[in-house]
Design a protein around this ligand. Structure first.
Ligand code: SF4
Ligand code: SF4
Length: 94
């Protein structure tokens, strides 16, 4: 009887761990697929997005804009504050 209970407990714990790992993996995949994209035809390189980014993911200099996806938290503050509405959150396919 004790063996049956032990095996059942191990199975329940294993299922719980597998479910938690699967959820974590899905969450990571969903996050990795979104990224900030800039329409450079609209951008005036004012640097407002860089200023608002608390994660220091955006770098703006003369006619250069880049976003480090590994630092970006997808908070969309940069998108909200861009005066030219040139930023958007898109699927970057990774
Ligand atoms: S806030 Fe908008 S216009 Fe200004 S640098 Fe950033 S993306 Fe370009
Ligand atoms: S979405 Fe947030 S973290 Fe990502 S670049 Fe914009 S302000 Fe920075």
């Amino acid at each position: 009887m004790l063996t049956v209970i032990t095996i059942a407990s191990i199975v329940v714990i294993a299922l719980f761990v597998l479910s938690a790992l699967r959820h974590k993996s899905l969450k990571r995949k969903m996050k990795a697929r979104l990224g900030v994209k800039n329409d450079l035809d609209k951008c005036v390189y004012c640097g407002a997005c860089q200023k608002w980014c608390e994660h220091k993911a955006i770098t703006v200099s003369a006619k250069m804009w880049k976003c480090d996806d590994s630092l970006c938290s997808r908070c969309i503050k940069c998108i909200y504050h861009c005066p030219k509405k040139s930023l958007s959150l898109v699927n970057i396919g990774v």
